[in-house]
Structures are given as structure tokens and as C-alpha cells.
Ligand binder design. Structure first.
Ligand SMILES: Nc1ncnc2c1ncn2[C@@H]1O[C@H](COP(=O)(O)OP(=O)(O)OP(=O)(O)O)[C@@H](O)[C@H]1O
Length: 209
């Protein structure tokens, strides 16, 4: 379960952004909606352990994440949170498989080549396992970044604007993959977007105003 309790944040020189309490049960799929400047990125950073809110608490699987030491929080993030950015951030000098193995190592986990192959196969991209990122298409890179996000079986899978730069066909294809992967890996899914096209795919919505 993921819980946001009495969270608010103030950047220096700006008004406080207050976030409604939010309880997400395991396996649920949520849309985080909000217009430009409403605080979506701020909230994603708070949820993913990147930004400690000025006040309030964030619990992931009973751990109050901002009470961890920074080293423990880094490992916790690697193990329990998978993030998919709008554009894939892969290491160019490593192959696709090596990029996924690095994600395991960063999380303090043992290298598990079988899991890497399994995840790449579930996204139909295992044939590119030994290729370098520069040789893949954008759509293929997007699938690899989903694979990297789920490789450690995170409790929470977060996607930040995964569809807004895509045409209708590709936007729905990426959305299908996210929903499918969150189901396969029993991960809670939060998709942050201002892309109203994806609204119907979710029953749960947390809206920032
Ligand atoms: N580092 C910062 N310093 C000061 N103010 C900031 C900082 N980051 C964000 N803000 C302000 O906090 C508010 C929320 O910003 P945030 O980036 O979370 O919004 P958003 O919903 O993600 O917007 P968008 O959809 O345009 O990316 C905005 O008013 C923004 O100007």
C-alpha cells in the first residue's frame, strides 16, 4: 500500500502546494491528472523518494520513506519503485541487457540474467538484448525503459507523461503495455499526464487543481 499523509511542499519564494491525502492499494492503477504547474512533477518526486516534502509523510509498503537514511532510501527506491520517463534514459555504452543488469546492481540485488530475459521477452524486445540503445527505434526504446522499470518487480510503477509526445496509435500501445506489465508484475501503477486521451483506461483518478 502507498499512502500520502498531510503532505505539502513549498519551494522558496512560492506558495505552498498542498496534496490531498491519498491511499493506493496494492495492484491498483491510477491516473494522476493536473494542468500545467499544478504540481504533478512535484508529487511524483515526492512519491518516488526524490524530494522530501516540507511537511507530511509518505509510506510505501509500511515504510515511511523519508525516515530512511539517504543510502537506504536509494536502495529502497531501486528495489520498490520503477520509473518510466517521457524519454528513455539508458546508458549508451551498455547493451540493453547490461542496462537492465545495472538496474539490479544499483538496487543491491544479485544479477539475475534469467529475469532480464523474461522481462524483455514479455515486452517482445528480447531479440535486441545484445544491441546498443542507439540502434533501436523510439518505440523499441520505450519498451526497454518499461522493461528496466519492472525488472526488479517494483511495488510501485510510475510513468511520467509516457504518452504525451506520441500519436494516438503509439500512445494507446504504450498505455496497454504499462497496464499489462503492472498486472504481470503485480505492481501498483501511477500514470501522470495531462493527456486526456488516456482517461478512459483508468477507473481511479487523483486530480490536482
Ligand atoms: N525548483 C523549483 N523552484 C521553485 N518553484 C518550483 C520549482 N519546481 C516547481 N516549482 C513551482 O511549483 C509549481 C508546481 O510545479 P510542477 O513542476 O510540479 O508542476 P506540473 O504539474 O508538473 O507542471 P507541468 O505539467 O507544466 O510540467 C509550479 O508553480 C512551479 O513553478
Amino acid at each position: 500500500m502507498i499512502e500520502l499523509k498531510s503532505v505539502a511542499h513549498t519551494y522558496s519564494g512560492t506558495q505552498a502546494i498542498k496534496f490531498r491525502d491519498w491511499k493506493i492499494n496494492n495492484g491498483e492503477q491510477w491516473l494522476l491528472l493536473g494542468g500545467s504547474g499544478s504540481g504533478k512533477t512535484t508529487l511524483l518526486h515526492i512519491l518516488t523518494g526524490i524530494l522530501k516534502p516540507e511537511i507530511g509523510k509518505v509510506f510505501i509498503e509500511d515504510t515511511s520513506i523519508y525516515e530512511l537514511t539517504s543510502r537506504k532510501l536509494d536502495q529502497f527506491r531501486g528495489r520498490h519503485i520503477g520509473i518510466i520517463f517521457q524519454r528513455p534514459h539508458l546508458i549508451k555504452s551498455l547493451t540493453i541487457a547490461e542496462n537492465l543488469i545495472l538496474a539490479q546492481t544499483f538496487a543491491g540485488l544479485k544479477t539475475d540474467q534469467e529475469r532480464v530475459t523474461e522481462v524483455l521477452a514479455s515486452l517482445d524486445i528480447d531479440h535486441k538484448m545484445h544491441a546498443y540503445p542507439a540502434t533501436l527505434s523510439q518505440g523499441q526504446l520505450q519498451r526497454v525503459s518499461i522493461a528496466r522499470a519492472v525488472v526488479n518487480r517494483p511495488a510501485l510503477l510510475i510513468a511520467d507523461e509516457p504518452t504525451s509526445s506520441l500519436d494516438d496509435k503509439n500512445a494507446f500501445a504504450v498505455l496497454d503495455l504499462l497496464l499489462q506489465q503492472s498486472g504481470l508484475n503485480q505492481a501498483t501503477l501511477v500514470v501522470a499526464t495531462h493527456d486526456k486521451r488516456v482517461k478512459d483506461a483508468f477507473t481511479n483518478t487523483y486530480e490536482l487543481i
